[in-house]
Design a binder for this molecule. Structure first.
Ligand SMILES: [Fe+2]
Length: 186
């Protein structure tokens, strides 16, 4: 299954990432590279690489800068849940809410976002209210989602060095192997 995911990225992710200056594949590899540089575990590196897979599998793939919220953080989940566990899935699911949370809790954060990301924030529900921010933090993996979100925001640099797709493929396979005994109930 992870081989299919890697093939999907190799074949489809060369397209530009919405109105960002990098491709989907560059964005995913940069995000995973930032996670590796911070010493994140394999599950969170996998989540960093896969967080926008919803853009690749969604019918409206790549249209992140139009006026419809493509809910890509949820579209990703059915494709991944048979292969990975909560430590991969939950940060992906929460990475949009993490942006809404950071806009509430860090006054300078909104201004640091790319124009496309500022635009999609409105479509995604806007800045968290204080109550929403508090509720967000209560969720398991919220802290991982915030870490992922910061890498996501930084992973838009044209020409930045990244890990090889082959290295990421190994990390994905290892994360899937660790999840497999859970599925099998052993
Ligand atoms: Fe992203």
């Amino acid at each position: 299954m992870t081989e299919d995911i890697v093939r999907l990225y190799a074949q489809k992710a060369g397209a530009q990432y919405g109105s960002e200056a990098v491709s989907q594949l560059e964005h995913a590899l940069q995000c995973a590279g930032l996670a590796l540089a911070e010493g994140a575990d394999g599950e969170l590196v996998a989540a960093a690489f896969l967080h926008d897979i919803g853009h690749l599998v969604a019918p409206r793939a790549h249209e992140v800068d139009n006026d419809i919220d493509d809910v890509h953080q949820y579209i990703a989940l059915p494709f991944l849940k048979g292969t990975f566990g909560a430590a991969v899935l939950e940060p992906i699911k929460l990475h949009v809410d993490a942006k809404r949370y950071l806009c509430r809790t860090e006054p300078a954060y909104w201004a640091s976002l790319s124009p496309a990301s500022q635009h999609s924030l409105v479509l995604q529900g806007g800045v968290h209210t204080p109550e929403q921010a508090a509720a967000f933090l209560q969720q398991p993996y919220a802290a991982d989602a915030v870490r992922l979100r910061r890498w996501d925001d930084l992973a838009k640099v044209p020409g930045a060095a990244t890990p090889d797709l082959g290295d990421i493929a190994s990390i994905l396979a290892d994360a899937a192997d660790r999840h497999r005994p859970v599925i099998a109930g052993v």
